[in-house]
Design a protein around this ligand. Sequence first.
Ligand code: IPE
Ligand code: IPE
Ligand code: MG
Length: 246
Amino acid sequence: MDKKLTVKVPAHVAIIMDGNGRWAKKRGLPRTMGHRKGVESVREAVRAAGDVGISYLTLFAFSSENWTRPESEVNDLMGLLKAFIRRDLAELHGDNVRIRIIGARDNLRGDILPLLLEAEETTRNNTGLTLVIAFNYGSRDEIARAARKLALKVQSGVIRAEDIDAVALDRELDTFGIPDPDLLIRTSGEERLSNFLLWQSAYTELLFVPEFWPDFSRDTFYAALASYAGRERRFGNVSDIAAVSG
Ligand code: IPE
Ligand code: IPE
Ligand code: MG
């Protein structure tokens, strides 16, 4: 591996895995085949992230808006998530991967929630890569739920309204304890966030790549990391050069 890459590996990479449907369409296949192939890219991305020493990998698997898709596609996606956890949990656990799920849990089907809880519970003490699965996730919903939790705390006298600041709100998000993403990659050429990590990506480096998610490979991933390594992050401050030259 290139040296520059190893010295500046992002701690947290988030990925909007997009383009499964178009990948299938291009081949005259049903959309579900794209989702199936996409699961292989998930496995590849998890291994690639672990190998290069990334601490957190967040994958957008199903958005709160994806429920509006045709019922058959929603069912396929639910089936694939269940199959993924059933088939891959033991191996992920063996690889010391810790799983965290973000997203709303209250409207989940009865056969999904126990699996998600099992994945988190089984791997909770693992110390390797943290794999964050954004499932039934929407940023606006997450922020609204956090605001509601703060309001309840004010109502019951645990905190005062004037105690609410960005740190207090951040603590109520599903991502509590997870550092903000350093790099966010979206595949398929679309250049939008689609309600993903809006709060957390305030200073995240964004990268849009043309490959459809089923074509996402270790090489695509490492090329993205190399692009990240060449960027200068300023967080509202001045660059090093400007600081030195005054
Ligand atoms: C991403 O691929 C997978 C999910 C959103 C669950 P899409 O299904 O959005 O594929 P396109 O964007 O229609 O090609
Ligand atoms: C974002 O992709 C959601 C996931 C990747 C799970 P979409 O395909 O749902 O986003 P839009 O509709 O193109 O914005
Ligand atoms: Mg899409």
